[in-house]
Ligand binder design. Structure first.
Ligand code: PLP
Length: 429
């Protein structure tokens, strides 16, 4: 495969952008090799600067759930753009967006739009602190909630990929307010809350984690946290930046049947435009400025282009609920096919899967938290990644990321991916 243009662009990018990329995992550092520079994308396919075509299992890390350059979204953006790209004043579109989200997801009485998942999670924590008057939070090892200071403690995603233990620039004061437990370890949560009784503002979790591969909550884990939060007046935050509008129209809350107090969104909510949101129960969200004194703001929050993109996509998902069902069915088909070829290869493996989130771990033990994800054979994953890329399949360039399917994938694409896996395993084992 000729990737000479990507190689040239990567060399050039490193002269003026740190590491040549604007977000670390894109640099392929953990899997090695040259990151592909993308020229355009359509449906389920990415095309790089050398015009190679790839079946895309990243979907821009989630947002492109119905495929790239999805025509209704493109058209809506084009039509809106002629009316200016930003006003810095309220619009009816923002009300329609808030009303639409409220009609789809549980436990959202009030919702504030922001421009990224990081902002959404950072703001949710501030709200929980303002509401409770407490400082400490609990997060789970391997969960990623964006790059705000308080989350960069035992974070997943790129932080795990690059094995960064402590992040320079994050003060010790901030870190001491972030307590951590292993994901799926309810006893540890109970213990930690007992030790810090009355001092914990929030417990934040990815209900279905996607930043250490895909990790499924074990029965009772989230239900148990809900009870602990109720008993100690702790705000329970679901980070649904990955899960929202993907696992179900009502996200993880609906899929798993658990209520959260504050829910954060990103990715699908903006259809590929920079959008995030945090919302929740009225009595908590009422602390947000200008209603309350917890300050939070954004020059581009509720941006009309971003809103019309997200509104169009979410409306289609709501009006055509079979789309998410189709996507889940495609993911189950892929899972079965991968299962067969992995079994036939004889290598130890685990496939974690829920809805349209899925990950392969080359592991001889169940992968239920960060430690078990990290102790899988991630060297083999690197080889698998490159063998698949050479066969035109673009997987996340890290074992610590979920794959995201999009509904533009055809049965032929899925069959190609299964066949490519069989061939890749023959090559690398
Ligand atoms: N929360 C989760 C679960 C995420 O996966 C991410 C990003 O991948 C974020 C928060 C941060 O979102 P953003 O990258 O839009 O700031």
């Amino acid at each position: 495969m000729n990737i000479s243009t990507s190689q040239q662009l990567f060399n050039r990018a490193q002269q003026s952008i740190p590491g040549g990329v604007n977000s670390p995992v894109r640099a392929f550092k953990s899997v090695g090799g040259t990151p592909l520079f993308i020229n355009h994308a359509k449906g389920a396919y990415l095309y790089d600067a050398d015009d190679n075509q790839y079946i895309d299992y990243i979907a821009s890390w989630g947002p492109m759930i119905l495929g790239h350059a999805y025509e209704p979204v493109v058209k809506a953006i084009q039509e809106q753009a002629v009316y200016s790209t930003s006003y810095g004043a309220p619009t009816e579109l923002e009300i329609k967006m808030a009303e639409l989200i409220k009609s789809m997801v549980p436990n959202v009485d009030l919702i504030r739009m922001v421009s990224s998942g990081t902002e959404a999670c950072m703001s949710a924590i501030r709200v929980a602190r303002g509401y409770t008057g407490r400082n400490k939070i609990i997060k789970f090892e391997g969960c990623y909630h964006g790059h705000a200071d308080s989350f960069l403690v035992k974070a997943g995603s790129g932080v795990a990929t690059f094995n960064i233990q402590t992040v320079p620039g994050v003060t010790a004061g901030v870190s001491t307010d972030t307590l951590t437990c292993a994901y799926n370890d309810l006893d540890a949560v109970e213990k930690l809350v007992e030790e810090h009784k009355g001092a914990i503002a929030a417990i934040i979790v990815e209900p279905v984690a996607g930043n250490m591969g895909c990790i499924i909550p074990q029965p009772g884990f989230l239900e148990g946290i809900r009870k602990i939060c109720d008993a100690d007046g702790i705000v329970f935050i679901f980070d649904e930046v990955m899960n929202g509008f993907r696992l179900a129209l009502g996200g993880a809350q609906e899929k798993l049947g658990i209520d959260a107090d504050i829910i954060t969104y990103g990715k699908v909510i903006g259809a590929g435009m920079p959008v995030g949101a945090f919302g929740g129960k009225r009595h908590i969200m009422e602390v947000v400025s200008p209603l309350g004194n917890v300050y939070q703001a954004g020059t581009l929050s509720g941006n009309p282009i971003a809103m019309i993109a997200g509104y169009t996509l979410l409306s289609i998902l709501k009006e055509q609920p079979q789309l998410l069902k189709e996507l889940d069915d495609k993911t189950a088909y892929l899972k079965d096919g991968l299962d067969n070829v992995l079994k036939a290869s004889g290598t130890p493996y685990v496939i974690n899967h829920l809805g349209s989130m899925i990950s392969i771990h080359f592991s001889d033990h169940p992968v239920t938290d960060f430690a078990t994800a990290a102790s899988a054979n991630n060297e083999l994953f690197k080889k698998y990644f490159h063998a698949m890329l050479n066969r035109g399949v673009y997987l996340p360039p890290s074992a610590f990321e979920s794959w995201f399917l999009n509904n533009a994938l055809t049965k032929e694409d899925l069959d190609h991916t299964i066949k490519a896996t069989a061939e890749s395993l023959k090559e690398i084992l």
